[in-house]
Design a protein around this ligand. Structure first.
Ligand SMILES: [Mn+2]
Length: 426
């Protein structure tokens, strides 16, 4: 299914959602604060988030999986689904692939489909957390960290294969997330596991093309419950430094223990020029992978406040690879992704409204009350009219979820693909 720009502009014309009076009110308010409305609108329009190929079908828990029907069964169909999201929002202009599930049969054809939707290939993701059919070595006891050299070499080669596929598609980065760790005390020698991981990552890094980046993700627990080899940002940072200046830490919001101050981690990494990528989701307990902003929107805003500060003040940090990393057990996956994109843009826009100069002054005066007032003044601003106008200007739907429903996207996908298809890559 392809949504044309004509269809979207018709929907925008006929929508019962006139937002012009709210927009005028907001423009007045923002202009009085000395902020350029046009600059904010163009920053919103420019913000692009990658959609991972594994978020387009119904996810699941280890207890079960409930299909939606019309799920993409091939890489071509996954790109078509992201094309729908991008047509509706103009902010989902990238895909992040997961190998081995997304190996293209015909690279040229896949590139053409992506191009027709305005989608570029963002970071490539390797998978060494499970054994594929006919695998010659096992990852049961770890991959890049394994005591068994054959398993380590097999995992290194897999990452190099992923880079090769990514090069053909035009990707420029590799994301490494390891499930490696231990379920029981005494199972692993911590030092040996970490050293093996460092050596393996260096082997991959040294063979990466010169214009590629390596993004190293961390996670405190799960699937291993006693220890994880790359457990936190400090370990990832250390490994990135050991590899070289094109290796960076990747922060996934769900990969922290409860109450971790993620905004402080972001600030620290950006100061050191080592924040490479960001995975969005939300959680109540752990790596819940639920809709961005659905549980802790204020935390998301505080994180964006540091990201915006870092993007403006830390030229030593590279442009960030933004991606949604979520799973959907009870919502239509595409509607869920639309809600996530909305939440990301809201938090980003609110952070753009923070009066940085006034905040700095208040901090220098140790005026704690004013510091909080400044942050919460931005957070409590309903910025949605700015997002709507940015969308309308860039040819997206003013209200993407409503447009998705008005256009009967899910029903059309079910008619095209049937009810029994299953998206791969989870
Ligand atoms: Mn992630």
């Amino acid at each position: 299914m392809k949504i044309t720009t004509d269809k979207i502009s018709d929907l925008n014309k006929n929508q019962n959602d006139p937002y012009s009076s709210e927009l005028d009110f907001l423009k007045n308010k923002v202009t009085k604060q000395g902020i350029s409305v046009e600059e904010i609108i163009s920053k919103i329009a420019d913000f692009q988030v990658a959609i991972p190929s594994w978020a387009l079908g119904a996810g699941g828990t280890r207890f079960g999986r409930f299909s939606y029907g019309g799920e993409p069964a091939s890489l071509e169909q996954k790109l078509d689904d992201i094309g729908v999201l991008h047509a509706l929002t103009q902010s989902a202009g990238a895909v992040s692939l997961h190998i081995p599930w997304d190996i293209p049969n015909d690279v040229k054809a896949i590139k053409e489909i992506a191009q027709s939707h305005g989608i570029v290939f963002d970071a490539m993701n390797s998978n060494t957390f499970q054994d594929q059919p006919n695998a010659k070595e096992t990852y049961k006891y770890g991959s890049l960290s394994a005591v068994n050299k054959a398993s380590r070499d097999y995992a290194i080669q897999h990452n190099l294969d992923v880079i090769k596929i990514g090069e053909e598609l035009g990707s420029k980065s590799l994301t490494v997330w390891l499930a490696d760790g231990a379920n029981f005390p005494g199972q692993n020698n911590f030092q040996e596991s970490l050293q093996n991981t460092e050596n393996s990552l260096k082997s991959i890094y040294n063979k990466m093309p010169e214009d590629w980046k390596m993004l190293i993700e961390y996670k405190p627990y799960e699937p291993n419950f006693y220890s994880t080899v790359i457990q936190d940002w400090g370990t990832s940072f250390m490994l990135a430094n050991a590899c070289g200046n094109r290796a960076f830490t990747l922060v996934d919001l769900g990969h922290h223990l409860p109450n971790t101050n993620i905004e402080q981690i972001v600030a620290t990494l950006m100061l050191k020029g080592k924040l490479g990528g960001f995975h969005f989701n939300d959680s109540k307990y752990g790596d819940d992978d639920i809709t961005v902003g659905s549980i802790k929107p204020y935390a998301l805003f505080l994180i964006f406040n540091e990201l915006v500060y870092g993007m403006e003040n830390n030229p030593q940090n590279p442009d960030l690879a933004w991606m949604i990393d979520a799973s959907h057990n009870t919502k239509d996956p595409l509607e869920d992704l639309l809600q996530s994109l909305e939440a990301i843009l809201i938090a980003y826009t609110q952070a753009l409204l923070v009066d940085q100069k006034a905040l700095k002054d208040a901090q220098q005066e140790n005026d704690v009350v004013t510091c909080q007032e400044i942050l919460q003044n931005a957070y409590r601003t309903d910025v949605r009219p700015l997002i709507k106008v940015a969308r309308e200007k860039s040819g997206a739907a003013v209200n993407p979820v409503k447009a998705y429903r008005d256009l009967q996207v899910r029903n059309t996908l079910i008619k095209e693909r049937g009810t029994k298809t299953k998206a791969t890559g989870l």
